[in-house]
Write a protein that binds this ligand. Sequence first.
Ligand SMILES: [Fe+2]
Ligand SMILES: [Fe+2]
Length: 211
Amino acid sequence: MTTEQIQANKERFRELCRTYIKRDGVEAILTMLEKGDFYVAPTSSKFHLNEPGGLCLHSMNVFDTAMKLLEHVLKPAVESGVSPFTTLPTAESVAISTLFHDFCKINLYHEAERFKKDENDRWVKYIGYQIRDAFPFGHGEKSCFLIERFMRLTTDELLAIRWHMGMFDMGEQGSSQRFSFYRALELSPLVSLVHSADMLSSNLLEKTTEL
Ligand SMILES: [Fe+2]
Ligand SMILES: [Fe+2]
């Protein structure tokens, strides 16, 4: 991603926040983001969008995908009565639960010297990412906590952000975590929406850079 693309993505992110989120705290969140590496961080160390600017772009990909799922999957299902849910999440809730879902990754990935074998089987140095978590508080739960310092979240938003990793962030079979996740799926349509949008974006829309 070029510096211009990173800058353009930052501008779109700020615009999306101000267009869709009218709740108190949105400006405080945008100010907080200026202080960390959100706009230049990768979204993973080795996988999808593992490049500068990846985290901001991924967050917007999840927003775009969730809005499509809302419009083309959930809304027709609720309106026709086939869905177990009778009400739709608001666009504001979708925006908050997607644009902010990976705040746990702010200041998490740090550039570090790494080694790999080249085509001649010799060890060569390259710059990769190393995870150093100054506040190891979980994944979705950490995002919820960081957002809540600036903005009150609804129960649906908390559940959707907490469980956005779905079964990929899960304890052993029969654990209380699993029961909580299944229950969260039953309680709010936003949980499936955000988890699916995260999954689809990471796996269908985002490439991995060979470092
Ligand atoms: Fe995540
Ligand atoms: Fe994500």
